[in-house]
Design a binder for this molecule. Sequence first.
Ligand SMILES: [Zn+2]
Length: 176
Amino acid sequence: MKVTFLGSGGSAVSERRACPSIMLDESTVFDLGPGALKNLRASHIQTEKIRKVFISHQHADHITDLIPFLWAIQIDGRQAPLEIYGPPGFKEIFTKLLECTSTTDGFFKFPLTISEIDFGAKLGNISTCRTSHSIPTLAFRVEENAKSFCYSADTIYCPAVIELAHDADLLIHEAT
Ligand SMILES: [Zn+2]
């Protein structure tokens, strides 16, 4: 299990930090806050290897580089499928993002799947819960090779996140 921080800087990009974005094993990305795409490019990771993107919630500091990321991988000539997951209501949000960036139907030539994850749902080796935030927000836990990784985006004190993160080998927790 290899964790790469593409962004770790809270709600505003600074000279040194991008907003939240965490890559797991070069195949899964959690959130794509502003500045994350630049750091992804700087990491020289092959974007073709990224197969899943999980978005915790729609606040600007967690989602703003999603559409630029999709443009970048399309321009790279991506062929591999990509799955994007978000909280309930995410499909509508994604459609609006495409509309307001004039990203037309058919712009992406690679297979792209957009899905919503119900709070508390499990997706393979990934468990989720709802955090205590002003809008619907997911936290994630991944189990892999007897290791566990937990990522909670924005929340106040939240028993569900405590339960999700219990005994995790690594907890990454938003703390703006
Ligand atoms: Zn937020």
